[in-house]
Design a protein around this ligand. Sequence first.
Ligand SMILES: CC(C)(COP(=O)(O)OP(=O)(O)OC[C@H]1O[C@@H](n2cnc3c(N)ncnc32)[C@H](O)[C@@H]1OP(=O)(O)O)[C@@H](O)C(=O)NCCC(=O)NCCS
Length: 229
Amino acid sequence: MADPFVTTQQPLAGDQKNPVLLSSGPVTVRNLSQSPEDRTFLGEVMVDGFEGKIVHATSRNKLPLMVKYYENSTRGRPPLFYERYLIAEYNGERAGACVLRYHGDSERFPERDEDLPSYGCCDMFGLCLLEVGTHADIPEGKAYVDHISVSSKFRGKGVGKILLDTADADAKKRGCKSIFLWVSTANRAQHLYERQGYVLKETKSWCCGCCTYCMTGEKEFALMEKDLQ
Ligand SMILES: CC(C)(COP(=O)(O)OP(=O)(O)OC[C@H]1O[C@@H](n2cnc3c(N)ncnc32)[C@H](O)[C@@H]1OP(=O)(O)O)[C@@H](O)C(=O)NCCC(=O)NCCS
C-alpha cells in the first residue's frame, strides 16, 4: 500500500476540463477555486452552519469578520490546499462545503497572521478557546472532516450526503483506512453520519461539561469514525 503521508500530501491529478468530483441528481461537487465568489461563499456557508459557535466565541456583530477570515485565508495558497475544500452545487447554485484535513496539514498550510481581520482581545480569546476545544490530532492514514456545512435553504435535500460521499472518495484515493469527525452530541447531524456508516467511538467533555461549554458553546462531543477498507 502507498505511503499515506506521501499520498495525502500530493495533489491528485485533477481534470481541469471536467472539475466535477462527484455528481448525483441535481448535486455536483468540485474543489474550491481561488475566485472571490467561491471564497466568499465558503465564508458565508461556514457562518451559516456554525453561527452559534462563532457568536458564542465572539459576538453577533463579528459574523462578517469570520466571512472575511475565510476569504483571506483561502487566497494565494498552493494547489493541494484547494483540494481540501469541497464545494457542492445544487442545480448550479453553490449550496454547501466540506473541509477535509490530513496528517501534516497544519504544518503544510499554516495560519497566516495577515489573514485575521481586526478582532479585539476578547474576541481573539474566545476564538483561541474555540480552537483548543475543537482541535483534532490527525494520525497518518486517517482523513478528518474538519467542517461540513450546507446553506439553510438547501438542507435536507441530500447535499450533505453527497459531500460526505466525495470526502470518502478523496480519502480512499489518498490511501486512508478511515475517516473521522467530531460532532456535538446535541447535533442531529449524527443521524446523517450514522446512515453514512460512521460509528460512535467515544464521547468527550472537559470537566463536567461546563468547561466545554465555556470553550465551544457545546457540552459534549462525539468522535465518529468510518472504516474505508
Ligand atoms: C449537517 C448538514 C451538513 C447536513 O447537510 P444536509 O444537506 O442538510 O444533509 P442531507 O440532506 O444529506 O441529510 C439530512 C440529514 O442532515 C442532518 N440535518 C439536516 N438539517 C440539519 C440541521 N439544521 N442541523 C444539523 N443537521 C441537520 C440530519 O441528520 C438529517 O437527517 P434527519 O432528517 O434524519 O435528522 C447541514 O444540515 C448543516 O449544514 N447543518 C448545520 C451545520 C452543522 O451542524 N454541521 C455539522 C457539524 S459536525
